[in-house]
Design a protein around this ligand. Structure first.
Ligand SMILES: Nc1ncnc2c1ncn2[C@@H]1O[C@H](COP(=O)(O)OP(=O)(O)OP(=O)(O)O)[C@@H](O)[C@H]1O
Length: 263
């Protein structure tokens, strides 16, 4: 089992932020996590990565039951790419060195990379068609290029679980599609990590994602296979507004229902 969250609740200052969450991710599945702002997505991911301890419930990741294992060891198998990570990295470092730093998940490179490390980083650059970015300072990269480099950096540690936290934020249409194509490639790679993809946008849910969890007000609103979850009825109830779902290219495209459009 990749993720096994049982009856997890998290309270802060008498407010229940996560309420009896149950979520199981099995080997071979790739999940999307969808929720409105403040629904508890980041809080749940922090619990899964062992940075926050739940008030109640049981968490097991990659068959490691939290509370019985060294979390630092478990975290080595979990990659997490987020915008907060993006702002922590050193702008003057080259893209190549940023990718190499993923080996030990450090901000900056503190030990000399081995020949194998360099080869792996080069392969990642090639796989994601980013070789031309190799020697550019990270600070000079576009938002889309930075995201690609960050994902390549996370893959350096060969994680078994990779969390992609709203990677398409701030990307134009073409950059978004290029990044999504890269994510699809990771999902299809034999022996690659299980993906958890966080988004506000239904149309970013690629065909390679098998399941979706809808989180609302700290509760699991719905979780299951995409065919069951990404329906007009389910999503209209979830967003609290009438929406239409149109399927094309294996993806679901959402628009507001006629009666919901504010004119
Ligand atoms: N350390 C904390 N102390 C108190 N409240 C917190 C803490 N962390 C998160 N919250 C609150 O919990 C709620 C859920 O926050 P969280 O960041 O998990 O939501 P989110 O779904 O990731 O939102 P977004 O999509 O905006 O990133 C918010 O109301 C937030 O203010």
């Amino acid at each position: 089992m990749i993720i096994d969250v049982k009856n997890v609740s998290w309270q802060r200052d008498e407010t229940t932020i996560l309420d009896q969450i149950n979520w199981q991710v099995s080997e071979g599945e790739h999940w999307c996590l969808v929720g409105l702002n403040g629904s508890g997505k980041t809080s749940l991911l922090k619990i899964i990565s062992g940075y926050t301890w739940p008030t109640k419930g049981e968490v097991s990741v990659l068959d490691n039951l939290y509370g019985t294992v060294d979390l630092r060891e478990v975290r080595k198998s979990i990659g997490w790419v987020s915008t907060s990570l993006m702002s922590q990295l050193h702008e003057h470092e080259t893209a190549f060195r940023v990718i190499l730093s993923g080996r030990e998940a450090t901000i900056g490179l503190y030990t000399a990379p081995t020949v194998e490390d360099k080869q792996q980083a080069q392969e990642l650059l090639e796989m994601f068609r980013c070789v031309h970015l190799k020697n550019r300072p990270y600070g000079a990269l576009s938002q889309g290029e930075r995201q690609k480099v960050l994902i390549a950096r996370a893959l350096m540690a060969k994680p078994r679980l990779l969390i992609l936290d709203e990677p398409c934020t701030g990307l134009d249409l073409l950059s978004r599609e290029q990044l999504l194509a890269m994510i699809e490639q990771i999902a299809k790679q034999p022996g690659g990590p299980a993906l958890v993809y966080v988004t506000h946008h239904i149309e970013e849910i690629l065909p390679c994602f098998t399941h979706t969890l809808l989180l609302k007000d700290g509760k699991v609103y719905q979780a299951g296979e995409n065919d069951q979850v990404l329906t007009t009825d389910e999503l209209s109830r979830f967003f609290g507004v009438s929406v239409n779902i149109h399927r094309s290219q294996g993806r679901s495209w959402i628009s507001l229902g006629e009666e919901a459009i504010v004119r």
